[in-house]
Design a protein around this ligand. Structure first.
Ligand code: CMC
Length: 431
C-alpha cells in the first residue's frame, strides 16, 4: 500500500483529493471511501467492472496477461503438482499444508461425509426432476440447521467453529451432490466410504450400485481432481462476491455459501459449462461445423458460450490446462467425442475472426470443462454442481477473510431514475 500518491477529482469547480492504494501486485485503486461524504456524489459503475469491493490476500488474477495464482502460487504449478484438497487448504489457510496438516485435513473431511439420516426427508420433499442447483442451494442452507452451534450468526462463535464448518462443507457438498444425482435418476443413495480419497469417494457415491462397486479409473479421478482444483477460487466473481455480500450482514457460512450456489447457477457464470455442451451438441445435431454459430454470435443472435470473460482479456489459463486435459482423458478412456472437434474448430475460427480479436474474447474455463465432465460420465444437469463443489474452498476462504477483517455491511447506493414525488390516487380515481 502506498500513501504517497493521490488522485484529484474536480466537481463543481472544487478540487477533492483522494489517496491512491497500490496492491502487492501493483494493482492501483483510488480510495473513495470519503467521496460521498465530501462531495455528495456517488460513483456509478454498473456491473462493478471498476470497483474494488474488498482487500484480499487470497487469489490474484492479471486478466491482461492471463495469470491466475492462489496465495501467490501459479495455477499451472498447482495443476501439475497439487491435489484439490491440498489447494483447498492453501486457499483457506494461506499456506501449503505440510504432510501432517494435509493428512489431518484429509481425515477431517473424510470423517464428515455422511448426512444426518433425516436428510432423506428433505430429498423426498423435492420433485424427482428438481434441478440439482436448486436442491444444492436449499440443502446447504438446511444443513446449517443441523449444526446450530456452527450457524449462530454470531461472528465470534461462528469463527470459533470455522475449521470444523469448513471441513464439513467441503465434505458434505459432495455427498449432497451425489445424492441429488441419485434422486434424479431414481436410484438408491450410496453411503460414503472412509477409505476412499475425496474424488474417488464422490465418484463412488455417484456411480456405485448396491450390486456393483464402481472403481474410478485413475485418469477419471485425476481429471475430476484437476477440475475441482482449477475451479477452487477466482477472486471477486459473481458467486464469491455474493458470499461476501451475504457474510457482510453477519450471516453464517452455511447461509452464505448457499447464496453462492444460487449466484453460480446462471448461464453467464457457472451455468456456462452446461451451456457450452448444449451449444456444441446443437451445432453437431444441426450439421454445422461451428461456422454458422460464429456468424450468429457476431450478428448478436447468439453467444459463443465458454468464450469471453469480464477479467481475462487473454487466454484464461484454466482453459489452456483443461483443453489439454480433455485430450488426455478422452485418449486414456479410448473415446472420441465429435464435440471436441467442433470445440477446436470454433476456437480456431473465433481466434482468427476480427469480431473476437477486437473484443479480446478467448476461451474461458468452461469451454473445455464440459467435454471432460461428459467423458467422466457426469450428466449435463450436474455440471454446475461440479463447479460448486470445486468453488467451495474459495467461498469458504472469502467468508473467513470477510468475517475476520470487516464489520462493514455491503450496501451499495443507486442512481434513482423513477418518478419524483406524486400523490396517492384513491382507487376510484385511477385510470
Ligand atoms: N460471444 C459473442 N460475443 C460476446 C461474447 C460471447 N461469448 N462475450 C462477449 N461478447 C461481446 C458482447 O456482445 C459485447 O460486444 P459489443 O461491444 O459489440 O456490444 C462485448 O463482447 C463485451 O461483452 P460484455 O457482455 O459487455 O462483457 P462482460 O464482461 O460483461 O461479460 C461474460 C463477460 C463472461 C458474461 C461474457 O463474455 C459472456 O456472456 N460469455 C459467455 C458466457 C460464459 O462463457 N460465461 C462463463 C464465464 S467464465 C466462468 C465464470 O467465471 O463463471
Amino acid at each position: 500500500m502506498s500513501e504517497n500518491q493521490t488522485a484529484k477529482i474536480i466537481i463543481e469547480g472544487k478540487e477533492h483529493e483522494y489517496p491512491v492504494m497500490i496492491g502487492s501486485e501493483n494493482e492501483k485503486a483510488i480510495d473513495l471511501r470519503q467521496f460521498r461524504k465530501e462531495t455528495g456524489y456517488i460513483t456509478f459503475d454498473d456491473g462493478y467492472g471498476n470497483t474494488g469491493s474488498c482487500l484480499s490476500n487470497i487469489t490474484f488474477i492479471d486478466g491482461e496477461k492471463g495469470i491466475l495464482r492462489y496465495r501467490g502460487i501459479p495455477i499451472e504449478q498447482l495443476a501439475e503438482k497439487s491435489s484439490f484438497l491440498c489447494a483447498a487448504y492453501l486457499i483457506i489457510y494461506g499456506k501449503l499444508p505440510n504432510e501432517t496438516d494435509l493428512n489431518e485435513f484429509r481425515k477431517k473431511v473424510a470423517k464428515k461425509a455422511h448426512l444426518h439420516v433425516d436428510f432423506k426427508h428433505h430429498f423426498e420433499g423435492f420433485p424427482k426432476a428438481a434441478h440439482p442447483m436448486a436442491v444444492l442451494s436449499s440443502m446447504l442452507n438446511s444443513l446449517g440447521s443441523y449444526y446450530p452451534h456452527m450457524s449462530t450468526n454470531n461472528r465470534e462463535q461462528d469463527l470459533e467453529q470455522f475449521d470444523e464448518t469448513a471441513a464439513l462443507l467441503i465434505s458434505k457438498v459432495r455427498t449432497i451432490a451425489a445424492a441429488t444425482y441419485r434422486m434424479n435418476m431414481g436410484l438408491p443413495f450410496i453411503y460414503p466410504r472412509k477409505d476412499l480419497r475425496y474424488v474417488e469417494n464422490f465418484l463412488h457415491m455417484m456411480f456405485t450400485e448396491p450390486y456393483e462397486q464402481y472403481i474410478a479409473p485413475k485418469e477419471v479421478s485425476d481429471a475430476l481432481d484437476l477440475f475441482f482444483l482449477l475451479h477452487a477460487d477466482h477472486e471477486q466473481n459473481c458467486s464469491t462476491s455474493t458470499v461476501r455480500m451475504v457474510a457482510s450482514s453477519g450471516a453464517n457460512l452455511f447461509a452464505s455459501v448457499s447464496a453462492g450456489v444460487s449466484a453460480l447457477w446462471g448461464p453467464l457464470h457457472g451455468g456456462a459449462n452446461a451451456a457450452v455442451v448444449k451449444m456444441l451438441q446443437e451445432i453437431h445435431d444441426s450439421g454445422d461445423d461451428g461456422s454458422r454459430y460464429i456468424r450468429a454470435a457476431k450478428d448478436g443472435k447468439a453467444r459463443l458460450m465458454g468464450f469471453g470473460h469480464r477479467v481475462y482479456k487473454n487466454y484464461d489459463p484454466r482453459a489452456t490446462i483443461f483443453g489439454q486435459a480433455a485430450e488426455r482423458v478422452l485418449k486414456a478412456l479410448g473415446r472420441e467425442d465429435p464435440l471436441l472437434d467442433i470445440a477446436h474448430h470454433l476456437e480456431q475460427a473465433a481466434l482468427s475472426d476480427d469480431y473476437f480479436i477486437q473484443r479480446k474474447l478467448y476461451p474461458n474455463v468452461d469451454f473445455y470443462s464440459g467435454i471432460v465432465l461428459k467423458a467422466i460420465g457426469i450428466p449435463v444437469e450436474m455440471f454446475t454442481v461440479m463447479f460448486a463443489i470445486g468453488r467451495m474452498p474459495g467461498w469458504i476462504a472469502n467468508w473467513k477473510e470477510m468475517a475476520e477483517t470487516s464489520t462493514k455491511i455491503h450496501r451499495p447506493r443507486q442512481v434513482y431514475t423513477g418518478p419524483t414525488i406524486s400523490d396517492y390516487t384513491p382507487i376510484e380515481e385511477r385510470k
